[in-house]
Design a protein around this ligand. Structure first.
Ligand code: 5GP
Length: 196
């Protein structure tokens, strides 16, 4: 997506050759107009999939996920990174997720009231790096007995293993912007790919 690429180039900052900071428009201060355009692109890509629920993980997945959910007119559910005291063990789906940027492992939790076997779930997240967040969300979909229709990502770091891990499981992945490298703290995009 050309507009997103431009924002990454003008406003993104690269750290340690592998982390892209986009907090001025994507995950701290949020450009709502850009977010809506990205959500529309993801909606268009998955529009024939009869999506019944959008699933993401707090915190930075929530903004894109709620915009996509609004366009599909379905609920958005986000996995919490700690278990609320009001939820009992029998009432939850849970999975372990290792955070690449923070180097910690969280147990992510979703109430079993909000996803069930009839759901067709679309996972949305801001970044795809090593795929750990998405794999954790996929475990939750599996525990619910629901079906996964695909994964929509704003920024994919194609030099990490996430896309490969998802594709070898047969998952339909749509990334709006694919980054081939952050070496020398410089953003290089994939030249030819299926990005939208
Ligand atoms: P993964 O689980 O695919 O390794 O990483 C995805 C999660 O890590 C995303 O939810 C995102 O919050 C965070 N993340 C991974 N790489 C980056 C990055 O380069 N920049 C930012 N801002 N977040 C990242």
């Amino acid at each position: 997506m050309e507009l997103l690429r431009e924002m990454v180039l003008t406003d993104g900052k690269v750290y340690d050759n592998n982390v892209l900071k986009v907090d001025s428009f994507l995950n701290h201060q949020i450009d709502a107009d850009l977010m809506l355009k990205m959500a529309e692109t993801l909606r268009d890509y998955f529009k024939d999939k009869e999506v019944t629920k959008i699933l993401t993980i707090e915190a930075s997945g929530i903004a894109p996920a709620i915009m996509v959910a609004n366009l599909f007119k379905v609920p958005m559910v986000f996995a919490k990174k700690s278990k609320p005291s009001t939820l009992k063990n029998n009432d939850i789906y849970e999975a372990q997720v290792h955070s690449y940027t923070k180097n910690i492992t969280n147990t992510i939790v979703v109430s079993n009231k909000f996803i069930n076997r009839d759901d067709k779930v679309l996972i949305i997240d801001d970044f795809l790096a090593n795929g750990q967040a998405t794999l954790g969300l996929m475990q939750i979909v599996e525990q619910a007995g629901a079906s996964l229709v695909g994964v929509g990502i704003l920024i994919e770091k194609s030099f990490q293993s996430g896309r490969h891990l998802l594709e070898e499981r047969g998952i339909n992945v749509c990334s709006l912007c694919r980054i081939a490298s952050l070496e020398n703290n410089k953003v290089t995009f994939n030249i030819a790919d299926d990005e939208r």
